[in-house]
Design a protein around this ligand. Structure first.
Ligand code: KG4
Ligand code: ZN
Length: 336
C-alpha cells in the first residue's frame, strides 16, 4: 500500500510517499528555517503563507521521485494536529483536495504518532510494545507504545519542551535559531562538567520533566557573570546545559523501562537527532541489555515520511477520516 503523506504543522512543508508503513519511496522537505531565523523563532503567520507557496511543489516532487502519479497512490495522509493552526490548515486543505480529486481514502494523522512511527522506517524489525521518548521543539513525552495506534503517556513536560529549552538557551548565548544543532556543535569544544546546572525531579510523577529551571539557571549564570565582569565561555555553558538535559532524559527513560519491564526503547522527535543524547542513551541501554532504536536524523526532525508510516497503521486499524477533517492545534495523543 502506497501512501502520499503531507506534513505542515510547524516550519517545514513536507511530502513523502511511503510503502506499507516501512519503506520510504520519497521524502521531500522544504524548510523555512532561513526565513524564521531572522526573527529568532517561528512566526506563525509567515509559516502559513510559506506553506501555501510550497505545498503543491513538494507534493509534485514527492510523486515524481517515487516514480508515480496521484492515481497510483492508495491513500492520502496528513498531519491534522497538534501544531500551528494556520500551518496545519494548509496541509489539511491540500490533502483533502488531492484525496477528493483522486477518489482516495483520507487519513488524518497525529504529529507525535508520526514522530514515533519514524522508527518503523529505520528499523524494519521494530514492533510494539516499546517505550518511546519523544523529544521535539513542542513536546517532551515518555510514551508507552502498547500496539500500533495504542499509546499511553507515562510522563510529560510540566513547562518547556526539551527542544524549546535548547532553542532558548542557544538564543541567550547568541547562537541563533534553531538552537539544538548549534548547541550540539559548539558543545564539542566545551566541558560538560564546567557548570553544575540543575537536574529537575518532579515529586508526584518521577517520569514528568521540567526544563524551565535549567533554562533559568543558564540565564542567571550569564547575568551573574556579566555583573561580576567574568568571562563567559559559550562552549562550556552549552556543553554543561546539554549534559543536564541529556542526563534527565536518559535517567527518566531508563527508570521507566526498569519499573515497567520494557527492554525495547526508542527515541523520536527533533532532539532525538542529538548525538550526545543518542550516545548516552545507547550506553545506558547496553549496560542493561536493552535494545535502543532511533530514526535517521532526517527522519527525527519534521518530515512527511513519518506521517506516511503512522497513516499505514491507522489505515490498518480502520481509522480513516472524512471530508470534515479539520486542523486541531491541541490534539492529544490517543485522541481522534
Ligand atoms: O521534531 P521537530 O522538527 O519539530 C517539532 O515537532 O517541534 O523538532 C525541532 C526541535 C527544535 O527545538 C530543535 O532545536 C531541536 O528539535 N533539535 C535538536 C537537534 N536538532 C534539532 N536539539 C538538540 N540537538 C540536535 N542535534
Ligand atoms: Zn515535530
Amino acid at each position: 500500500m502506497r501512501i502520499l503523506a503531507i506534513e505542515s504543522s510547524c516550519d517545514e512543508t513536507a511530502a513523502a510517499v511511503v510503502e506499507d508503513g516501512r519503506k520510504v519511496l520519497s521524502n521531500i522537505i522544504s524548510s523555512q528555517i532561513d526565513i524564521h531565523k531572522l526573527y529568532g523563532g517561528v512566526v506563525p503567520e509567515i509559516a502559513s503563507r510559506k506553506h501555501i507557496e510550497k505545498v503543491t511543489q513538494v507534493v509534485d516532487e514527492a510523486l515524481q521521485e517515487a516514480g508515480m502519479g496521484l492515481p497510483d497512490v492508495d491513500a492520502v495522509a496528513v498531519t491534522y494536529g497538534p501544531g500551528l493552526v494556520g500551518a496545519l490548515l494548509v496541509g489539511v486543505s491540500a490533502a483533502k483536495a488531492l484525496a477528493f480529486a483522486a477518489k482516495k481514502p483520507l487519513i488524518g494523522v497525529h504529529h507525535i504518532e508520526g514522530h514515533i512511527s519514524a522508527n518503523y522506517l529505520t528499523a524494519p524489525d521494530l514492533e510494539p510494545p516499546f517505550l518511546c521518548l519523544v523529544v521535539s521543539g513542542g513536546h517532551t513525552n515518555l510514551v508507552i507504545v502498547r500496539d500500533y495506534g495504542d499509546y499511553e503517556v507515562l510522563g510529560k513536560t510540566r513547562d518547556d519542551a526539551a527542544g524549546e529549552a535548547f532553542d532558548k538557551v542557544a538564543r541567550a548565548i547568541g547562537l541563533g535559531y534553531p538552537g539544538g544543532p548549534k548547541i550540539q556543535k559548539i558543545s564539542e569544544l566545551g566541558n560538560p562538567d564546567a557548570i553544575a546546572f540543575p537536574r529537575a525531579k518532579i515529586d508526584d510523577n518521577p517520569f514528568d520533566f521540567s526544563f524551565s529551571g535549567v533554562k533559568s539557571a543558564v540565564l542567571n549564570y550569564l547575568n551573574s557573570c556579566e555583573m561580576k565582569g567574568e568571562t563567559v565561555v559559550p562552549a562550556d555553558v552549552a556543553a554543561s546545559f546539554q549534559a543536564a538535559v541529556v542526563d534527565v532524559l536518559v535517567s527518566h527513560t531508563i527508570e521507566g523501562a526498569k519499573q515497567l519491564g520494557f527492554t525495547k526503547l526508542a527515541l523520536a522527535g527533533g532532539v532525538a537527532s542529538n548525538a550526545v543524547l543518542r550516545a548516552e542513551m545507547k550506553k545506558a541501554c547496553e549496560r542493561r541489555g536493552y535494545t535502543l532504536y532511533y530514526p535517521d536524523p532526517i527522519l527525527c526532525t519534521d518530515n512527511a515520511a513519518m506521517i506516511g508510516a503512522a497513516a499505514y497503521y491507522d489505515y490498518r486499524n480502520g481509522l480513516l477520516s472524512d471530508w470534515s477533517l479539520n486542523a486541531v492545534p491541541n490534539l492529544k495523543l490517543g485522541e481522534r
